[in-house]
Design a protein around this ligand. Structure first.
Ligand SMILES: Cc1cc2nc3c(=O)[nH]c(=O)nc-3n(C[C@H](O)[C@H](O)[C@H](O)COP(=O)(O)OP(=O)(O)OC[C@H]3O[C@@H](n4cnc5c(N)ncnc54)[C@H](O)[C@@H]3O)c2cc1C
Length: 286
């Protein structure tokens, strides 16, 4: 391998490095848990790695809460997500997804931004934030910020619509009104830890004071080339009484989740198995 690592401490330095390295072979690194594997595999030549882990800007590194939305800096680690009391109270789906990711050591360095930009169909944090209908703030080399809906961001395994000299700055999650009634993350893997999902299902369902569902977000992972948004299944729930959903509707809901998936047979599981597990996982929410 032939590479150099440069580490900006400020946004100004980061922008300058992006400008100086236009047209060159560059990669962005954060926790390096995916990137180092990728570099070993591809044996890069004349590569410059811009290491974001020394960046101190709060937009990149902190969780900022507001009345209508929260911003999670792209460099927020999986461990920091688990420790954040606000996220645990308001977005249990994200905390649960983070708690099952890899191992304690990896969680200390693996960032939410890295999980998203890796664009793995089995990315646990990506799946959780899909159920939360997040969008992304992306910075270019001039410091301009564009906002991108999560639905438009993932283009295939390992592919996003990030341009070469752009970095993900933050993940923005809307704060919807309603009490959290059901919010969680189901992860099916071959082992309890250090294992990518064979199937995952994220759900975040809010109900009003009379227990009517006012908002539902459902997403699944490892069952298609990208994380999947189960919009039809989520729409079916809206307006139903959360504690009194007829069994027939639950089955219809699970079937819609299953239909959103297009898994393949691979080394870890067959497409048939994934679809069956997804159907049963969806039913088990209620
Ligand atoms: C043993 C092991 C087990 C694992 N288990 C799981 C698991 O159970 N669930 C799971 O979801 N993942 C798992 N992973 C994958 C990995 O830990 C996560 O995807 C992690 O969140 C990636 O974050 P990172 O900060 O390490 O990213 P990096 O490795 O630094 O980067 C990953 C990719 O994102 C890009 N990138 C990073 N940050 C930015 C940014 N701000 N802007 C633009 N591009 C950026 C990089 O260029 C690279 O392409 C596992 C990995 C290992 C090695």
């Amino acid at each position: 391998m032939d590479f150099e690592i440069i580490s900006p401490a400020t946004c100004k330095e980061l922008k300058q490095m992006l400008i100086n390295n236009q047209g060159k072979n560059i990669r962005i690194g954060a926790g390096f848990t995916d990137l180092i594997i990728d570099m070993r595999k591809n044996n890069p030549v004349d590569l410059t790695v811009i290491n974001l882990s020394q960046l101190k800007e709060k937009e990149f590194t902190t969780v900022q809460t507001g009345e209508n939305e929260i911003r999670i800096g792209a460099l927020t680690t999986t461990a920091a997500i688990i420790k954040n009391a606000y996220l645990t109270e308001h977005f249990p789906v994200l905390t649960e997804a983070a708690s099952g990711l890899a191992s304690g050591q990896i969680r200390e360095v693996a960032t939410i931004g890295g999980n998203v930009c890796q664009a793995s169909p089995s990315g646990d944090l990506s799946c959780a934030i899909a159920s939360l209908k997040a969008c992304f703030e992306i910075m270019d080399m001039n410091g301009n910020i564009r906002t991108e809906a999560l639905t438009d961001f993932f283009k295939g395994p390992g592919k996003t619509n990030l341009c070469k000299n752009e970095v993900l700055r933050s993940i923005v999650i809307p704060v919807n009104k309603g009490k959290i009634n059901k919010s969680g993350f189901i992860k099916i893997g071959k082992r309890a830890s250090m294992e990518c999902s064979v199937v995952s299902l994220a759900y975040h369902i809010l109900a009003g004071p009379d227990d009517t569902i006012v908002s539902a977000g459902i997403a699944c992972g490892a069952v298609a080339p990208t994380v999947v948004f189960c919009d039809k299944a989520a729409a079916l729930l809206t307006g139903k009484k959360i504690n009194n959903i007829p069994y027939g509707v639950i089955e219809q809901f699970a079937a819609l989740v299953q239909q959103a998936a297009s898994p393949i047979d691979d080394i870890r599981a067959s497409a048939w198995y994934r679809k069956e597990v997804l159907f049963n996982s969806a039913k088990s929410i209620f």
